[in-house]
Design a protein around this ligand. Structure first.
Ligand code: ADP
Ligand code: MG
Length: 320
């Protein structure tokens, strides 16, 4: 007998966890009830993943769920917010119990790591699509915005860039063997929540890299009314990426243009640079300086020797 909507929610999504104090009512009524700690802002984000658009159709349900929550957690990280709860709108072609079980496994694996309760959602029939809405808290005026970068600030990235784009390209090409380490970066991004929280009061601007370093740094520059000089040889990459992609210009495209890494790009004023090392030690996440904010608008890319790099040579469109 096919699973009804209510049984489905009950069986797979109503996990009674130790609900945090701010959740007055979770799944089961017409809506959830939550409170926000005094003097904090509620930080809200939502992201939809559509099958075949945001993940390859062959992606496992465990990874689909994991990624759908990870990209939302990454938005909280980019704002410097402490994640508080999430809701799930699921559109399914059918109620396949094996699929649902695997989906719930991936979802709650990550949710439990961040002590994040699922407090409601919606379940409908149609082409596979997963929407997660997430909320978090940030103390008044401590949120990390895109608009605060100033000339002289140093630009940093967390972790490494390019792995996810290399994995996606390998899948699209139909490569027989793809490095599992690269696939993990595509399917299970590590949201940098602890770094985002630690950067409150330190970073002048912050964004998560979902559309590629150039595009996302570009948002900071545009919203801050500044420019930047980016040292492309300083952008950290893994040995896995070096092994997978031998062509340096293709690698450069993955690193600068590839989305899906969900690392943070942030800027720090010169008088706060000493804090960055402490945050690296306390979070265990590599924080690498990759450039500098300039008063002159536009993005200049330079190599290790300080020579201007023409991005058109790498197949990039002219970048403002
Ligand atoms: P309504 O018709 O009032 O919108 P629903 O039947 O859609 O109620 O949902 C009943 C309850 O189950 C609600 O509390 C809702 O938040 C929750 N719910 C529905 N779908 C999901 C889901 N995919 N994940 C988590 N909770 C869900
Ligand atoms: Mg509903």
């Amino acid at each position: 007998m096919p699973l009804g909507e209510f049984e489905l929610i009950q069986k797979y999504f109503s996990r009674v966890s130790n609900a945090p104090l701010n959740i007055k009512l979770g799944i089961g009524d017409d809506a959830a009830l939550v409170t926000v700690p005094p003097d904090q802002y509620l930080v809200v984000a939502i992201d939809t993943l559509v099958s075949g658009v945001h993940f390859p159709v062959q992606t496992s349900p465990v990874d689909i769920a994991y990624k759908a929550l990870a990209v939302n957690l990454s938005d909280m990280a980019a704002m410097g917010a402490t994640p508080a709860w999430f809701t799930l709108a699921l559109t399914l072609p059918d109620a396949n119990e094996r699929w649902l079980g695997d989906f719930a496994t991936g979802l709650f694996e990550l949710a439990q790591r961040f002590h994040l309760p699922l407090i409601g959602g919606d379940t409908t029939r149609g082409p596979l699509s997963v929407t997660i809405q997430i909320a978090g808290h940030v103390p008044g005026n401590m949120a990390l915005l895109r608009s605060g970068a100033c000339a002289g600030d140093i630009i940093y990235t967390t972790g490494t860039l390019g792995d996810a784009a290399a994995a996606l390209r390998a899948i699209q090409r139909g490569d027989a063997e793809i490095s599992p380490e690269l696939l993990v970066r595509l399917n299970r991004p590590s949201p940098r929540v602890s770094v985002g929280i630690a950067l409150r009061g330190i970073a002048s601007a912050c964004i998560d890299i979902s559309d590629g370093l150039l595009a996302d740094l570009g948002h900071i520059l545009e919203q801050s009314g500044v420019g930047a000089s980016l040292n492309i040889d300083r952008v950290p990459i893994t040995t896995n990426l070096q092994g997978q992609e031998k062509d340096p210009s293709q690698r450069c495209r993955f690193v600068l243009n590839g989305g899906d890494d969900y690392e943070l790009c942030f800027t720090v004023p010169p008088n706060k640079l000493a804090e960055v090392g402490k945050i690296q030690s306390s979070t265990g996440v590599a924080l690498t300086p990759i450039g500098r904010i300039t008063a002159t608008t536009g993005l200049r890319c330079v190599d290790q020797a300080g020579q201007l790099v023409e991005l058109q040579d790498f197949g990039f469109q002219h970048f403002r």
